[in-house]
Design a protein around this ligand. Structure first.
Ligand code: HGY
Ligand code: MN
Ligand code: MN
Length: 412
């Protein structure tokens, strides 16, 4: 079987999809269930249908594009990723796994391969946490990691619930229907840019992910005392932003002193109220992202951060409310699937290294319901979640070729 990936077609599709965005090119912003997201989804569905795949969408908007195998009763082989993008992001994060998965299927079909097991391309809803505060909504619900009841409690910044937003976007049915039975997929393989510098630095074309780091996120709301910036003297202040500043540095220190370089913590959102130059901040909301490849170390850092919260609150006499948004276990990729990927790399004489994924992905949650593995391709300087994110057509082509070979092996 000769797998002929059409790099030209694939790169053109990546460029075309990147233009369906709420940001000035080259940046991409595509927030879940916005009109732009819905337009991008319709664009993708049209391409899947043009490729002869049977398409369905579930009540949270996960898209399933199936190449039915000769024995449809067998558990399918899944591949896919996401196309939602955080504000001011790049055009490859997630997209390489969705359009690359589509191209893998097309190139297999054009090579004359016919699968015994169905091969299913998935587009997961809301991999990014931007709108509802936690990421991987679609794969969490599909794998049973998030219950329908818990999902219904999630609100966006405007106070709109998932129910409201998804139904307005045209997704009917109940969220209880999203959960797929364990074993629904024989295997799930996700192609993704590395979002780190190792492959490029080591000049290795492919990474086989053995483990996906454990993500957690917290929200802190610091209640200070507002007032006139000129009239309130310093000894009389309880400035919420100064307290936040102390807490942010304590968060950074907790990650830096965890004992391993694998621990990361980021305060990506800091909202100051009332946000006037001559008004003492009365309230600050912080959202914190904490990760580690080791669960115990990650949890220990969270405890250190909670202790720091307590210390700052007492010393500065500002109540600090804490809300846990998510605290997920890491995922171990399935050795038999990683072995299949290794053999496919060898077959195509492509070098690879085993890697840990420091970013989370839908595969983290798919691992709760099926054997999974991920395939990484290099991205320039390791940049991601920024407009200059870039993967070359040759690297994308190599990733899709190995993905196609792996899908054929798993679906034979
Ligand atoms: O944040 C992440 O790891 C993913 O890119 N959403
Ligand atoms: Mn991302
Ligand atoms: Mn991603």
């Amino acid at each position: 079987m000769t797998i002929g990936v059409d790099q030209e077609r694939l790169v053109n599709e990546i460029e075309e999809l990147a233009l369906i965005s709420d940001a000035e090119a080259p940046a991409v912003t595509r927030i879940v269930f916005t009109p732009t997201d819905l337009k991008a989804r319709a664009w993708l569905i049209a391409r899947c249908e043009k490729a002869g795949l049977a398409v369905r969408q579930d009540p949270i908007g996960n898209i399933f594009a199936r190449w039915t195998g000769s024995d449809p009763s067998l558990a399918a082989v899944g591949t896919g990723s996401h196309i939602d993008a955080i504000p001011n992001a790049g055009k490859y994060d997630g997209v390489v796994g969705v359009l690359g998965g589509l191209e893998a299927i097309r190139s297999l079909r054009d090579s004359g391969f016919r699968p015994k097991r169905s091969i299913e391309l998935l587009l997961f809803t809301s991999e990014e946490p931007t709108r509802f505060g936690i990421g991987c909504l679609g794969s969490r619900l599909l794998s049973g990691t998030l219950s329908a009841d818990a999902a219904r409690k999630l609100l966006d910044k405007a106070g709109a619930s998932i129910e409201e937003v998804r139904r307005n976007a045209g997704f009917q049915g109940s969220l209880e229907e999203v959960r797929l039975p364990d074993g629904y997929y024989k295997a799930f393989v996700e192609l993704h840019i590395e979002q780190g510098p190792l492959l490029e630095q080591q000049k290795i074309p492919l990474g086989i992910v053995t483990k996906i780091a454990a993500p957690a996120s917290l929200r802190f709301s610091i209640a200070g005392v507002g007032g006139h910036a000129g009239a309130v003297l310093m000894p009389d202040r309880r400035d919420a932003l100064c307290a936040a500043a102390e807490l942010i540095l304590a968060i950074e220190s907790a990650a830096r002193t965890s004992g391993a370089v694998d621990t990361v913590a980021t305060v990506g959102i800091c909202e100051v109220f009332p946000g006037a130059v001559n008004s003492i901040p009365s309230r600050v909301d912080l959202t914190v992202d904490i990760r580690d490849t080791n669960l115990e170390r990650r949890d220990a850092v969270m405890l250190a951060i909670q202790a720091a919260r307590q210390t700052v609150a007492v010393r500065r006499q500002v109540p600090i409310h804490e809300e846990l948004l998510n605290a997920d276990a890491p995922a171990q990729c399935d050795p038999s699937i990683t072995e299949t990927l290794s053999q496919c790399c060898v077959k195509h004489q492509l070098a690879f290294i085993p890697m840990v994924s420091r970013a989370y992905h839908d595969s983290l949650f798919m691992s709760r319901t099926a054997p999974v593995a991920m395939l990484f391709i290099p991205c320039r300087n390791g940049y991601s979640h920024r407009p200059d994110e870039y993967a070359s057509r040759e690297d994308i082509g190599r990733g899709v070729t190995v993905l196609a070979e792996a899908l054929a092996t798993l679906a034979a």
